[in-house]
Design a protein around this ligand. Structure first.
Ligand code: GDP
Ligand code: PGA
Ligand code: MN
Ligand code: MN
Length: 617
């Protein structure tokens, strides 16, 4: 039941294709392109203009080549399925490097390499790496083109899949090129799948290299990514620029680059609030960003689902933009019962990666519909039936689609100055200890809560799933510098914001009971927690002050009709003293591991306060 109109990508009008000879190209950019061309030796170079015609040409070529499968236009117009190599399905955190001049500036949570050494090593990999391939030059803007909070970069890549994904996820094209001048900073972002083609060789559907490097040079604001075609490793505007490099820019320039969703909330009384929330990868950002409230009278609209840039505005209030243009969402678990809005967003003009293919030429994944089709081709192209022992879609299968197709998109989502942030949320997958919702006592305590976040690992990154790990501010894989310095930057921003600093809340949709099932129904029912948070902002409900923050009074949290027992509600709104004492010990060890000399004193004081408060319970 999707509209059957065949549209251009998003609502962007087609732009005339221009050739480099008619463009004014910045001398520094031209020199960089010349260097990269000499190093990687592509067979030709294409400057991308961001037009619909260019997008269509690239997708057509990839269908012919086998990288993309065109889905049945009757069900999914202008949409494609990509099957990645099974060894290239997620971000590779152990191959992600922060190459600051000194190791201490990368900090203990990042892999560090000396910049000159890393460039020398990578140069041997990039030498001739684009042989037999086309090199695409993709000028892109993070944030509305020319906006006061926006930044520009140029990605060079030998992957047409990356070009079309960048076209959906960022603003690419000629108008960005005009912003690149020698007196304006821009980020060079070099990418190769690392699979040169010898003359006459047949290409594979998903070229990549067993040896992968996602390297960042924070001082010179450069990105070098080699060997992977997967989104988080290869769409360099996203994690590499908008989080790792941008976090360094933000530290130096007094703003914030965060792994957050951004929503506009309208209360039944018509009052408007904007909330930003940091959850680790595959922990519910896209779902909360597209929340359909079950509580009558409330409205939630989407501004962003993964990355937020925030800066104090002229009025002293924190203003936020979504620097992206689209969504790169987790497919499994996204369905008509959990996130109808996301399902409606991807009615067409969507690229799916590693989902299953239906016999009728449409897509499917676990959780899309309650009952799986009787037969599918799984994410690797093998026959699949409900009796199969492996999932039909890869657990980190993704959809890529522009935000303007989202039925819940807020009208101000592209506002260049951004929206005022009224509250900040931190959350993660915590089967125990952390309550459903708690309000931090003040900014410093909120920063402590962010710094002490932990969450179970997910399929978004290569490695074990379900292992509890520290993930401060949901930024463990994304802070481009020393983590203790990043904590200090959050504290400094609180000083700058003063009375305008938004209240901070901790949430946890993933608390489990003794039987191992989620206590809280989650998804749309999270609107009940949103209601409590907004009522706190308005001063309409009280909070029980505890050492971990302000907790809901049981009768003021709307759990009507959910079928929760009194003991469930007590678990969701209580302080488990023994668990929190153990948590505090663990925090002490963790803070120590981040460098006792570098850890902000304020956070050590917050830890001491937590312990003292718990002791008195
Ligand atoms: P993101 O990667 O942070 O944007 O997370 P998503 O919103 O894509 O969700 C990742 C996974 O968590 C999906 O499988 C969702 O179905 C699941 N999820 C999201 N919100 C909830 C929730 O409130 N409760 C539960 N139990 N699962 C959720
Ligand atoms: P996610 O984005 O947060 O939506 O999972 C991708 C990622 O973080 O790898
Ligand atoms: Mn993310
Ligand atoms: Mn997401």
């Amino acid at each position: 039941t999707y509209p059957t109109r065949v549209d251009s990508v998003g609502s962007r009008p087609a732009r005339a294709s221009e050739t480099p000879t008619t463009l004014r190209i910045d001398a520094g950019l031209a020199a960089w392109i010349a260097d990269v061309t000499a190093l990687t030796e592509p067979s030709n170079v294409v400057w991308c203009d961001g037009s619909t015609a260019e997008y269509d040409l690239l997708t057509k070529a990839m269908v012919a080549q086998g990288t993309l499968i065109r889905l049945n236009p009757e069900w999914r117009p202008n949409s494609f399925l990509a099957r990645s190599d099974p060894a290239d399905v997620a971000r590779v955190e152990d191959r992600t490097f922060i190459c600051s001049t000194t190791e201490i500036d990368a900090g203990p949570t990042n892999n560090w390499r000396e910049p000159a050494e890393m460039k020398a090593e990578l140069t041997t990999h990039f030498r001739g790496s684009m042989r037999g391939r086309t090199m695409y030059v993709v000028p892109f803007s993070m944030g509305p083109v020319g906006g006061p909070l926006s930044q520009v970069g140029v990605q060079v890549t030998d992957s047409p899949y990356v070009v079309v994904s960048m076209a959906l996820m960022t603003r690419i094209g000629t108008d960005v090129l005009n912003l690149i001048t020698d007196d304006a900073p821009w980020v060079p972002a070099l990418h190769s799948v690392g699979a040169p083609l010898t003359p006459g060789a047949v290409d594979v559907a998903w070229p990549h290299n067993a040896s992968k490097y996602i390297a960042h040079f924070p001082e010179t604001r450069e990105i070098w990514s080699f060997g992977s075609g997967y989104g988080g490793n290869a769409l360099l505007g996203k994690k590499c620029f908008a989080l790792r490099i941008a976090s360094v820019m933000a530290r130096d320039e007094g703003w914030m680059a965060e792994h957050m969703l951004l929503v506009k909330i309208t209360s039944p009384e018509g009052r408007v609030y904007h909330v930003a929330a940091a959850f680790p990868s595959a922990c519910g950002k896209t779902n909360l960003a597209m929340l359909k409230p079950t509580v009558p009278g409330w409205k939630v609209e989407t501004i962003g689902d993964d990355i937020v840039w925030m800066r104090p505005g002229p009025d002293g209030k924190l203003r936020a933009i979504n620097p992206e243009r689209g969504f790169f969402g987790v497919a499994p678990g996204t369905g008509i019962e959990t996130n109808q809005t996301a399902v409606d967003t991807m009615w067409g003009n969507t690229i799916f990666t590693n989902v299953a293919l239906r016999d009728d030429g449409d897509v499917w994944w676990e959780g899309l519909t309650p009952t799986p089709p009787a037969h599918l081709l799984d994410w690797q192209g093998n026959d699949w039936t409900p009796a199969s022992s492996t999932p039909a879609a890869h657990p980190n299968a993704r959809f890529t689609v522009t935000a303007d197709q989202c039925p819940s998109i807020a009208e101000e989502w592209e506002s260049p100055e951004g929206v005022v942030v009224d509250a900040i949320l931190f959350g993660g997958r915590r089967p125990s200890t952390v309550p459903l919702v708690a309000q931090s006592k003040n900014w410093a305590h909120g920063v402590f809560v962010g710094a002490t976040m932990a969450s179970e690992t997910t399929a978004a990154a290569a490695g074990a799933v379900g292992r509890l790990r520290h993930d401060p501010f949901a930024m463990l894989p994304f802070v481009g510098y020393n983590m203790a310095d990043y904590f200090q930057h959050w504290l400094d921003m609180g000083d700058v914001l003063g009375e305008n600093a938004p209240p901070i809340f901790q949430v946890n949709w993933f608390r489990k009971n003794d039987a191992g099932s989620y206590i809280w129904p989650g998804f749309s029912e999270n609107s009940r927690v949103v209601e409590w948070i907004i009522r706190r902002l308005e001063g309409d409900v009280a909070a029980r002050q505890t050492p971990i923050g302000g907790l809901p009074l049981v009768h003021e949290l709307n759990v009507e009709g959910l079928g929760l027992s009194d003991s469930d509600v007590a678990t969701l709104t209580g302080v488990d003293k023994a668990a929190w004492l153990a948590e505090a010990d663990e925090t002490a060890t963790y803070f120590d591991s981040l460098g006792a000399d570098r850890m902000p004193e304020t956070l050590m004081t917050e830890l001491a306060r937590l312990r003292a408060g718990l002791a008195k319970l």
